[in-house]
Design a protein around this ligand. Structure first.
Ligand SMILES: Cc1ncc(COP(=O)(O)O)c(C=O)c1O
Length: 350
């Protein structure tokens, strides 16, 4: 099935101020699109970035049958373009799709579409510290009709947005003791659109109290720490890093698993095990909680400066030799082709 390519007449790139990008607000000239009809993925197309037209009854609007991915492309000083572990995103979108009863998108089409799109829009990937292209593949249910059942039509798309270094500002978090983003047997491990919709309200309540994010706990007891906002979460107690094991409530983050593998190879103590809220509160009281950080594609590592638990606020100390900054520097260097890739994580686009 040949990929059909329709290029724009004139690039919009000269209209974009690459030094003042708001995360996820500008998009490249082209997008990739492939429809699932009559039980089959049809001929994919790359075409000018443009709005898509749907019937108001399309199932995605009513039942949230939608999954997505987030990944980044980097350009090195020799103009080579790199992805970071794209095989993991390709596998994960199909894991998410299966949970929402959506068809898997074939691996060969995913890679052909993605790499061709990146080559066509390669001018949008800027070199230099912090610059990258954020890539958003997604699948949505496009069948018309508001009967509550899985769609028989879907659209797979990839859109791309140039971004600068992600800096969330000073981040302090509230440990969730009422709301949950996921539950046992639910869809928390999937990158399902509805997971994010459900997290916005608790995040707003946290912001109203002066906190930028929510640290999610297990939905049954709120006793175990699971994720931070839309990132996996790590805690440094003395010189040991802790992170929760993945489960059906936690997204199997690619940054998280890369950090674990990297730390093991560096000989830094890392424990992957259930982490009790009380254990972290105790460590904070004793001054043994030295760092907390989120891990995810957008920021790689995002330090957390303090947290609130049942109305009590804790501030983390300022540490020298922060693990968070060491990890961020090391992983970013691998992503940008500035360090040896001993794990085979980089994927060359061109
Ligand atoms: C809920 C959630 N957890 C964790 C992550 C981090 O995953 P990754 O490192 O694959 O970006 C993300 C973002 O992608 C997320 O949305």
């Amino acid at each position: 099935m040949a990929l059909h390519i329709e290029k724009i007449a004139k690039s919009r790139i000269s209209e974009v101020d690459f030094n003042n990008l708001q995360f996820g607000h500008e998009f490249t000239d082209h997008m990739f699109e492939c429809d699932f009809v009559d039980g089959e993925w049809q001929t994919p197309v790359i075409k000018p970035y443009q709005p898509i037209l749907f019937d108001p009854s399309a199932k995605v609007f009513h039942y949230g049958q939608a999954v997505f991915e987030g990944m980044k492309a980097y350009k090195d000083d020799d103009d080579q373009i790199w992805l970071f572990r794209p095989d993991q995103n390709q596998e994960r979108i199909n894991i998410s799709a299966e949970r929402l009863d959506m068809p898997a998108f074939p691996k060969d089409l995913f890679f052909e579409g993605l790499t061709t799109l990146l080559k066509i829009d390669s001018e949008w990937i800027k070199k230099g510290e912090g610059n990258s292209l954020y890539i958003r593949p997604f699948i949505i249910a496009t069948e018309n009709g508001i009967s509550a059942s899985a769609s028989n039509r879907y659209k797979f798309m990839i859109i791309c947005s140039p971004v600068q270094a992600y800096y969330a500002g000073e981040v302090r978090v509230v440990i969730a003791d009422k709301y949950s983003r996921s539950a046992n047997g639910g869809v928390g491990y999937a990158k399902a659109a509805g997971n994010y919709a459900g997290s916005f309200y608790p995040a707003k309540l946290a912001r109203e109290k002066g906190f930028q994010q929510v640290v999610w706990t297990d939905s049954c007891t709120h006793e175990y720490l699971e994720e931070a906002g839309v990132m996996n979460v790590f805690f440094r107690v003395n010189n040991t890093l802790l992170t929760a094991p993945t489960s059906d409530r936690i997204l199997d983050g690619i940054t998280r698993k890369s950090i674990i593998q990297f730390l093991e190879s560096e000989g830094i103590n890392i424990e992957v095990r259930p982490i009790k809220v009380t254990e972290i509160v105790e460590a904070a009281r004793k001054g043994e909680l030295l760092e907390m950080f989120g891990a995810g594609t957008a920021a790689v590592v995002s330090p957390i400066l303090g947290f609130s638990h049942q109305g009590e606020n804790f501030e983390l100390p300022k540490v020298e030799n922060s693990y968070a900054s060491f990890i961020k520097k090391s992983i970013t260097a691998i992503q940008q082709n500035k360090a040896e890739d001993k794990f085979g994580w980089r994927y060359k686009v061109k």
